[in-house]
Design a protein around this ligand. Structure first.
Ligand SMILES: *Cc1c(COP(=O)(O)O)cnc(C)c1O
Length: 229
């Protein structure tokens, strides 16, 4: 097995271990985050069983879609500028980073023109970090209600990037808040809102995120090694 294959297997074991005592027990989807890595490396990951890849920059994502094609699913996980929506909205299974009205308007406009439904997660800035995108916790419901009549956008859940800290109790509390918010929204039974996914957990924190209810994790460096830029 390739080195990348071995790392993917190891990560999958750790995912399964965390899932076995998670709050929901649900299966967890793994997104291999391939940003900065070349197509050859990504192909190795695909051979080793990666089915979903995540990228945070439109141009890089677009290039990889062109080269690799439809044999994997693509996720847009990074901050998305409205003027770049047109390059990717038809080729990604999920946009994880919907966090503002201007972006929702642009997605709705494009998707209406081509008669598509675009699936999105609402990004939440759960650590209230000024350096990060995402809605603040208390902004999530009002924002969601403000886009409910956007009939070409379907909200499939929530996403967060937790603060890069080692304090496990703090991280656990933040992940727990995300899970509670997801459950709260689910109970409201909004039309075209399906709180199916809770996308949280990266290389450094995914076991904790899964224990607290994540069912989609985005993992880069644990699979591909440290990024050099
Ligand atoms: C880079 C990135 C990841 C993966 O980070 P690692 O620490 O390398 O696992 C996950 N989510 C987002 C939004 C990212 O930009």
């Amino acid at each position: 097995m390739s080195e990348i294959g071995e790392r993917i297997s190891r990560v999958k074991e750790e995912i399964e271990e965390a899932r076995s005592h998670s709050i929901t027990g649900e299966p967890v989807e793994l997104i291999a985050v391939t940003k900065t890595h070349d197509v050859k490396t990504i192909r190795e990951a695909i051979v080793a069983g990666a089915t979903d890849i995540g990228e945070n920059k439109v141009q890089e994502l677009r290039g990889k879609i062109e080269e690799i094609g439809p044999e994997v699913r693509y996720h847009m996980i990074g901050n998305l500028q409205s003027n770049k929506v047109k390059y990717i909205y038809q080729d990604v299974v999920l946009i994880h980073s919907l966090d503002r009205k201007s972006l929702a308007k642009e997605i709705e406009k494009r998707a209406q023109q081509t008669n598509d439904i675009v699936r999105c997660l609402l990004e939440v800035n759960i650590g209230r970090e000024s350096s990060k995108g995402g809605l603040l916790f208390e902004e999530v419901l009002p924002f969601l209600e403000s886009i409910l009549d956007y009939s070409h956008i379907k909200i499939d859940g929530l996403m967060t990037v937790a603060p890069a800290v080692d304090d496990e109790n703090y991280l656990r509390a933040l992940f727990r808040k995300m899970f509670a918010l997801k459950e709260d929204i689910a109970l409201r039974n909004y039309k075209d809102v399906d709180m199916k996914y809770l996308s949280m957990g990266m290389s450094n924190d995914f076991p904790i995120a899964i224990e607290e209810g994540a069912n989609m994790v985005r993992i880069g460096s644990r699979i591909f090694g440290a990024r050099t830029y």
